[in-house]
Design a protein around this ligand. Structure first.
Ligand SMILES: Cc1cc2nc3c(=O)[nH]c(=O)nc-3n(C[C@H](O)[C@H](O)[C@H](O)COP(=O)(O)OP(=O)(O)OC[C@H]3O[C@@H](n4cnc5c(N)ncnc54)[C@H](O)[C@@H]3O)c2cc1C
Length: 385
């Protein structure tokens, strides 16, 4: 199988509006090719184009801005389905979602006018640049600077592990200003922006990671999102929360994929005259996958419902959902490999990729150590208020 997705274009039928249409899209255009993309280290252009035709890049944007006004519960279901098929593609959707949502939520009318339709249609792809070589979990340690100059800004610094950085057209960059930390929209073609691809990661290998350096990049005053000094708390918290929600849903997708692969394999594979699925120890593994998938789905849906209702309790619900779903995905991906035996270690079955991708979920959008600290802190506050 080649890197080109040979499935015939079915443009109208491919429009994704809910879980059912997302499932059909993923089963047709993603599942058969995800291992090919993983080995190639990139998602091909024709799939990115198909995602655009399906309206998948930012369906939560209002109609008229390239979106479909999709609610966030449905968006979670769609990202679960994409994550079931390919975590690399889901990662690209996640960071694009973060950029599009941030522009829509905090952009000035002029910024929205300039970017939302392009982002909604997928003509412009976004990437999220927070992490640096010296600052990951501790975002207060970032050293990229944005200095005011001539009414605009001059950006200097290095961002790393930028998902989609090899391909993105627009970077949402967090940089230190005199006042606090600001969020800046930086077009890829701005002079002084350099992109260095990062290859051969453990998981999400097709998500086209890059290190992005900014060397005296001159930006206009309209590059800053939100009033100066305002962004540090609001934009970062809100944007990371939405990214985390997408990762929770994507982790659930991995878990569901492990379940589907394992139950299929356990039905076919025979040992000692019976199918694997008839063995009590294998049944125990499958029943734990079913149980955790159902629990994770409820947690993700609850986080989405609270987002749609505009309730701040969604932050805690999203931490819990991401923590639960990502740890369950790692546990069950390991069991899925176990159920497949040597086949599970080979490139012929998807579970090895699912296992590698699952591990990444415990690190991104707030590592699970940070999630646990945050969940415990919030639980304590809820007890005392
Ligand atoms: C595949 C992939 C894609 C990514 N995509 C992006 C992206 O698009 N944009 C972006 O900005 N970043 C991205 N990242 C970076 C990611 O957000 C960071 O890796 C993550 O925030 C953790 O930071 P770190 O790797 O620097 O680990 P560190 O912060 O150095 O932490 C190392 C370890 O120490 C633990 N730790 C840290 N602080 C504490 C504490 N207080 N108590 C206990 N334990 C602690 C951590 O949990 C971790 O296990 C990506 C990473 C990966 C692997």
């Amino acid at each position: 199988m080649t890197l080109t997705d040979p499935a015939p274009a079915t443009r109208t039928a491919d429009r994704v509006t809910d879980r059912t249409s997302a499932r059909a899209f993923v089963d047709t255009h993603v599942v058969p090719y995800a291992d090919v993309y993983d080995r190639a280290g990139r998602v091909p252009e024709d799939l990115l184009q198909r995602v655009a035709e399906a309206g998948l890049w930012a369906p939560f944007l209002p109609p008229g801005s390239g979106g479909a006004g999709m609610d966030l519960v449905t968006l979670g279901e769609v990202h679960e389905e994409v994550g079931r098929g390919c975590s690399s593609l889901r990662s690209l959707l996640t960071v694009h979602t973060m950029v599009s949502w941030t522009v829509q939520r905090w952009g000035t009318p002029a910024q929205r006018e300039r970017w939302t339709t392009l982002l909604g249609s997928g003509q412009v792809l976004g990437a999220f640049c927070l992490s640096e070589p010296g600052a990951g979990s501790d975002t207060s340690g970032i050293t990229t600077t944005a200095a005011e100059s001539g009414g605009g800004w001059v950006l200097n610094g290095v961002k790393t592990w930028t998902t989609g950085g090899q391909r993105a057209d627009l970077f949402l960059v967090f940089a230190r200003t005199a006042a606090s930390i600001g969020a800046f929209l930086v077009p890829r073609e701005a002079p002084g922006v350099r992109v260095r691809p990062i290859h051969d990661m453990l998981g999400t290998r097709a998500s086209m990671l890059a290190e992005i350096s900014f060397d005296d990049v001159v930006l206009g005053p309209d590059a800053l999102l939100g009033p100066s000094g305002f962004t540090a708390g609001m934009v970062l918290t809100g944007t990371l929360d939405l990214g985390r929600y997408s990762v929770a849903a994507g982790s659930l997708g991995i878990l569901q994929a492990c379940l589907e692969a394992s139950s299929g394999y356990a039905a076919r594979r025979r040992v000692g005259g019976s199918a694997l699925r008839e063995l009590p120890l294998i049944q125990a593994k499958l029943s734990d996958m079913v149980t955790d998938a159902r629990a994770a789905r409820l947690l993700v849906a609850e986080a989405g419902r609270l987002k749609d209702a505009g309730e701040s309790a969604t932050l805690m619900a999203t931490w819990v959902a991401k923590y639960f779903a990502s740890t369950a995905a790692v546990r069950h991906a390991a069991e899925a490999v176990q159920i497949h035996g040597a086949n599970g270690c080979s490139p012929d079955y998807p579970v090895a990729r699912l296992y590698r991708d699952a591990k990444v979920m415990e690190i991104i959008e707030g590592s699970n150590e940070i999630q646990r600290i945050t969940i415990a802190g919030q639980a304590e506050r809820e007890k005392t208020t």
